[in-house]
Each structure stands twice: as structure tokens, then as C-alpha cells.
Design a protein around this ligand. Structure first.
Ligand SMILES: N#Cc1ccc(CCNc2nc3cc4nc(N)[nH]c(=O)c4cc3[nH]2)cc1
Length: 373
């Protein structure tokens, strides 16, 4: 364990990077996938299982936790790690994105954002300083700046306004965060789908000499090609020696193509949400267990998997659970999906170390191409 937050580049293969973040609560092997634990729980999973599938870090959400159970209450109870029984690193999103996508009657100004809770309509204010304060109360290990994520498509004027305000908020968050050895605050690159806005944002954030950088404002409905083009523009402008985190991404194919462009960290609700909706990710593609064709299929999802959910249960049983709305269906498929995602990340890391990233990921994609089996 390290008392400091450090990032080490261990190997590269083209623009793909194999690295390691060390911090007091543990080591994060990159490229890393962070299971989403929005309200202090990775839905339908025990935290021991989350650790058991190979996750080094999970994501929490400032917006959800400040509304319920409340940041001060979590702090009084010893912080999010003790509260949720997850002793390893936690990264918390800052809340701006969730306010804009979930809350009601939200108003955005230089000061911050005012909004009403989507739970009970109560009024709240969130400034850059309050977002960092809440993330501190949660005892978050990696804290995200408060930013404004513009929807795509948006006008150049709108994209520039939001990008420039996010830069000012990054400076305020850096000041509010201060110097917390062993913890980190990441800036978030904005700039929509406009190359020179992306460059300006990345260069200005690099000038703040932060411990890590997220690429935000993507995975907001734009075609994958646009997202990848923005990574081609943004990553070269970020420091080689700092971790890069692509927010909200993504499918296995998104992840492979983003690692190939220099991204180190990912988070996405896809594997957990899909699991709750009866969808299983496997080495040979996706399997929709709602489909009646599985009703008599005695085969497991993947007889070679080391995850009991993939190896020990028939598709017929999983189909039955999903169609009956049994909680165990969501539990087993979430377990399978997170195991698949962590196995994918482990394969990606090993292939970069071996200088075989391009070949191995082609083999992985060909496995999916064989389609739903
Ligand atoms: N199932 C499913 C599913 C649902 C939604 C998504 C899209 C998630 N995309 C996304 N999350 C984000 C979080 C973000 N947080 C912040 N603070 N800033 C962002 O620009 C940002 C951008 C994001 N883009 C992807 C998969």
C-alpha cells in the first residue's frame, strides 16, 4: 500500500497502456473497469462478490448519496467504505451529470447548480466547493470536479460556454480539495464534439497539474465513431504519466477501442443494468435470457467460466428466474456480467503486457461475432 496516490506506466502497446494506481486503500490495475455502486451498493451484488470477480475500485455517486441517506449521515457513520463494507478504493462522480439527467427544476449558474430532488422534490444547491465537501464527507478516494456535461448535439456557443465554466469550476474544486495525500481529485475534459474545444479544455486542465484526468461529455448518445474521434483528439493532449478515465463507458467493444486510444479507466451501468433486465454477457456474445428459446436449454452460460453464475446454472433455470421476476435472476446475471467485464479487463491488461493487444482484442471481437449461441 502507498500513503500517496501514484500512477505507474508498466507497459504500452501502441497507444494502449498497462498501468497501476497505488493508494492507501489499495492498488488499481489499469486498464480498469469500475462497477457502478450509485447509492453505496452495486445493485444485486454482495461487496465480497464484487471483489471476488476482480474489481479493484467501485464508483459512487455524490448526487444520490447526498439526497439519501445524506453525506453528513454517512460521515457520522464512518464514511462510505465502512457504511457499504467496501474497504478498497472508491471513485465518486461529482453530481453535475446526475443533477442534469435526474433532478427537477434545475438551474445552472456560475455559482453552481440549484435543483429539486427527484426523490421528494426538496430544494438543493451544489457548488464546486459543496461537491468536493460532500465527496470528502463520503471519504472518497478519487473525487471528480463538478462540471457541466453538454448534451450532443449542441451549438458551438453552448459547448464553449459549458467547457469554459467547467474549467473555472475545476480551479475552484482544486482549491477546495487542497492537499490530501493518498487521495486524488480528477479534472474532467469537456468540449463536446468540437476538436479545438477538446484541445483547449485538455490543455488548460493539464496546466492545473491534477492527479488524473477524466474525459467527460461523451457517451451521451453520440455515435461510437464520434466518441472515438474525440479520444483521438483529447488523449494526446493529456499527460502521459497521469491516469485517463472515460466516464460512463461502455460496451466491451467501446472499452477495447478506447483502450486502443489511451484510456485507462472506465465505469458503466451496462453490465449491472443488463443483468437486472435478463441480459447476459458471454465470451461468445450477448444472451437474452428472456427469450423462450432458452426454456429447455440445459447448458450453462459458459462451462469454462470461473464464475458460478456462468458455470453452474442452466439457461433453462436462468430463463425461468428471469421470466418469473425472481430476485435470484438479477443476482446471478449481474454476477455473470461483472465477472465477464472483469475477465475482459484482465485479458486486455495481459495482452498489453505481452505486446499482443491488437491480436488478442481481434480474437475477442471475433468471439462475439459468432453471436448469440
Ligand atoms: N445501460 C446503460 C447505460 C446507461 C447510460 C450510459 C451512458 C453513461 N454516459 C455517461 N455517464 C457520464 C457521467 C459523467 N459525469 C460527469 N461528471 N461528467 C460527464 O461529462 C459525464 C459524462 C457521462 N456520460 C451508458 C449505458
Amino acid at each position: 500500500m502507498s500513503s500517496e496516490f501514484t500512477f505507474k506506466l508498466l507497459a504500452t502497446d501502441g497507444k494502449a497502456r498497462r498501468g497501476e494506481i497505488t493508494m492507501p486503500r489499495g492498488t488499481i490495475r489499469t486498464p480498469a473497469f469500475m462497477p457502478v455502486g450509485t447509492g453505496g451498493t452495486v445493485k444485486a451484488m454482495y461487496m465480497d462478490q464484487v471483489r471476488g470477480v476482480g474489481a479493484d475500485i467501485i464508483l459512487g455517486n455524490t448526487y444520490h448519496l447526498m439526497l439519501r441517506p445524506g453525506a453528513e449521515r454517512v460521515a457520522k457513520l464512518g464514511g462510505l467504505h465502512d457504511f457499504a463494507r467496501w474497504p478498497h478504493p472508491i471513485l465518486t462522480d461529482s453530481g453535475g451529470f446526475q443533477v442534469m439527467s435526474l433532478s427537477k427544476l434545475r438551474k445552472l449558474s456560475e455559482k453552481g447548480v440549484t435543483f429539486r430532488s427527484h426523490i421528494d422534490g426538496a430544494p438543493y444547491e451544489m457548488s464546486p466547493e459543496r461537491s468536493i465537501e460532500i465527496q470528502g464527507l463520503l471519504d472518497s478516494d478519487i473525487q471528480m470536479q463538478l462540471d457541466e456535461c453538454t448534451a450532443l448535439p449542441s451549438t458551438p456557443k453552448e459547448i464553449q460556454r459549458a467547457m469554459e465554466m467547467s474549467l473555472r469550476w475545476a480551479e475552484r474544486c482544486k482549491t477546495a480539495f487542497g492537499d490530501q495525500p493518498g487521495k486524488a481529485m480528477f479534472g474532467i475534459v469537456q468540449g463536446g464534439d468540437i476538436p479545438d474545444m477538446r484541445v483547449r479544455s485538455a490543455q488548460a486542465l493539464t496546466g492545473l497539474e491534477l492527479k488524473g484526468y477524466a474525459v467527460g461529455g461523451l457517451a451521451v448518445g453520440e455515435p461510437q465513431e464520434v466518441m472515438l474521434d474525440m479520444l483521438d483528439i483529447t488523449c494526446p493532449e493529456l499527460p502521459q504519466e497521469k491516469p485517463r478515465y472515460l466516464m460512463g463507458v461502455g460496451t466491451p467493444d467501446d472499452i477495447i477501442k478506447s483502450v486502443a486510444r489511451g484510456i485507462d479507466m472506465f465505469d458503466c451501468v451496462m453490465p449491472t443494468r443488463a443483468g437486472r433486465h435478463g441480459l447476459a454477457y458471454t465470451r461468445r456474445g450477448k444472451v437474452n435470457l428472456r427469450n423462450a428459446r432458452h426454456a429447455d436449454d440445459p447448458r450453462p452460460l459458459d462451462e469454462e467460466s470461473d464464475c458460478p453464475a456462468a458455470r453452474d446454472y442452466s439457461r433453462a433455470y436462468l430463463h425461468h428466474l428471469v421470466r418469473s421476476g425472481e430476485a435470484l435472476g438479477a443476482m446471478l446475471l449481474t454476477w455473470n456480467n461483472l465477472s465477464y467485464y472483469q475477465h475482459l479487463m484482465s485479458e486486455i491488461r495481459a495482452s498489453i503486457e505481452a505486446g499482443r493487444f491488437a491480436d488478442r482484442t481481434t480474437e475477442i471481437s471475433e468471439g462475439w461475432a459468432r453471436g448469440d449461441i
